[in-house]
Write a protein that binds this ligand. Structure first.
Ligand SMILES: Cc1cc2nc3c(=O)[nH]c(=O)nc-3n(C[C@H](O)[C@H](O)[C@H](O)COP(=O)(O)O)c2cc1C
Length: 219
């Protein structure tokens, strides 16, 4: 916890085995290490600076991978230059600008879809309803390189209006995007997509074109 280090003191009644607490970063680091050790040993962790006012909550080091949650569950559909179509489940996805409207999807380069998005320069983000879970799971666990999964799951498609990629008819919202940038960020290539057109089921849209997302039973 960052705070006024100079005002912190070890309470020797609570931590009798610890030496005096030096001011500054090193002391803070050392204290953190000792707190961690205490946590690892299953001991009590107490935030001394605010112990009087706060409940004691034990924290432990957790794994870092995909630690930002909740993550969305969308299907990204695409079409290669040879006309073949595909879709994959994506959790690494977010809005990244509202002016202009941009979204970002992260695709691992080994995915079959990766090459298709690279060469076509576009994709569609399809928001997924709970009723589509079986299809979502299939598209997220099978690769196009092993067979045509869209046909296998009887996925209904329509052409995008603005980009050369299919939209998934049975998803309530479909966001057509053209790639304007990409960043290789470790395991994923993050494609930044300019939002070219948003389709939404008629019953979800109000008179101003706003989508009532509360009506969607998201996965
Ligand atoms: C819940 C879930 C989230 C996923 N998120 C991503 C993701 O963000 N990026 C990615 O490249 N793959 C992700 N995957 C894995 C791909 O959907 C999966 O490897 C798929 O089979 C790739 O298909 P493809 O090879 O036909 O492109 C996710 C899978 C699941 C089930």
């Amino acid at each position: 916890m960052i705070g006024d280090l100079s005002s912190r003191r070890i309470n020797h009644q609570l931590f009798p085995k610890y030496g005096s607490f030096k001011k500054g970063y090193r002391s803070c680091t050392r204290q953190s290490a000792k707190r961690q050790k205490l946590n690892d040993e299953g001991g009590q962790f107490m935030d001394i600076s605010s112990a009087k006012n706060r409940a004691v909550i034990q924290k432990k080091q957790a794994i870092k991978k995909s630690c930002l949650q909740p993550a969305p569950a969308v299907l990204v559909s695409c079409r290669g230059l040879d006309g073949e179509e595909n879709a994959l489940a994506v959790g690494y996805c977010c809005n990244c600008s509202y002016d202009p409207p941009l979204v970002m999807v992260g695709v691992v380069p080994s995915r079959y879809s990766h090459k298709m998005i690279k060469e076509s320069g576009c994709f569609v983000v399809n928001l997924v309803d709970r009723s589509y879970k079986e299809t979502f799971d299939y598209l997220g666990s099978h690769s196009k390189r092993d067979g045509d999964k869209l046909t296998a799951m009887h996925v209904r498609l329509e052409d995008g209006l603005k980009v050369n990629a299919p939209i998934l008819t049975d998803c309530p919202v479909n966001i057509e995007c053209s790639v304007v940038d990409s960043v290789v960020a470790g395991s994923h290539e993050m494609f930044v997509g300019k939002v070219e057109y948003v389709h939404a089921n008629e019953k979800l849209i109000d008179g101003d074109g706003k989508i009532d997302f509360s009506q969607i039973n998201f996965l």
